[in-house]
Design a protein around this ligand. Structure first.
Ligand code: GDP
Ligand code: MG
Length: 166
């Protein structure tokens, strides 16, 4: 089994921390050449029975900047072409305009989307439940997975759920 996974989310939600933890020493650099294609491979996780290829999707991360229609289309097409989208949010910050922007972009995408709620080490379980509830009202996520990329909580479970979709 192998598949392409796009990790999206606002800056500082923990995307790089997650990738570093998941891929760690197993990171495979695909090419030294500057990547001119629209999809930048961030890392490849090779497991016994599967290969998970994590890619960057430029254009969907930066709600602060005005993007041309073309850039936005490119980003949305990328999300349509991957096998799974991981939408990462910061548990401590809650649902905001940045998240709203991304959810709007996900509306026309048929690819399954996991909501990955990161930094759960910083919040109380009750807050987590409230957050999950508010996100579930906004979008039909294939899975909602709370994790701590920093402390490593629930990462294995998330990888299992990812593999099930490949
Ligand atoms: P990115 O911009 O989405 O790639 O975010 P980074 O991976 O660079 O993380 C931004 C900051 O959040 C860094 O200081 C990380 O150490 C911190 N961070 C990431 N994941 C967690 C987590 O699960 N818990 C806590 N407490 N901090 C985290
Ligand atoms: Mg990063």
């Amino acid at each position: 089994k192998s598949g392409f996974i796009s990790i999206i989310g606002r800056p500082n939600v923990g995307k790089s921390t997650f990738l570093n933890r998941v891929i760690g020493q197993k990171i495979a650099i695909m090419s030294d050449k500057p990547q001119t294609t629209r999809n930048k491979v961030q890392g490849v996780l090779t497991l016994d029975d599967s290969q998970l290829i994590f890619i960057d999707t430029p254009g969907i991360h930066k709600p602060k900047h005005r993007l041309g229609d073309f850039m936005m289309k490119v980003a949305q097409n990328t999300l349509k072409e991957v096998d799974l989208v991981l939408f990462m949010v910061n548990a401590q910050e809650g649902y905001g305009r940045g998240e709203e922007f991304i959810i709007e972009k996900l509306q026309n995408v048929k690819t399954p989307v996991f909501l990955v709620i990161n930094k759960i080490d910083l919040i109380h379980p009750d807050e987590l439940l409230a957050l999950i509830e508010s996100y579930n009202k906004k979008f039909d996520f294939a899975e909602v997975v709370p994790i701590s990329a920093l402390e490593g909580n629930n990462i294995e479970k998330l990888l299992e759920q990812i593999k099930e979709r490949m």
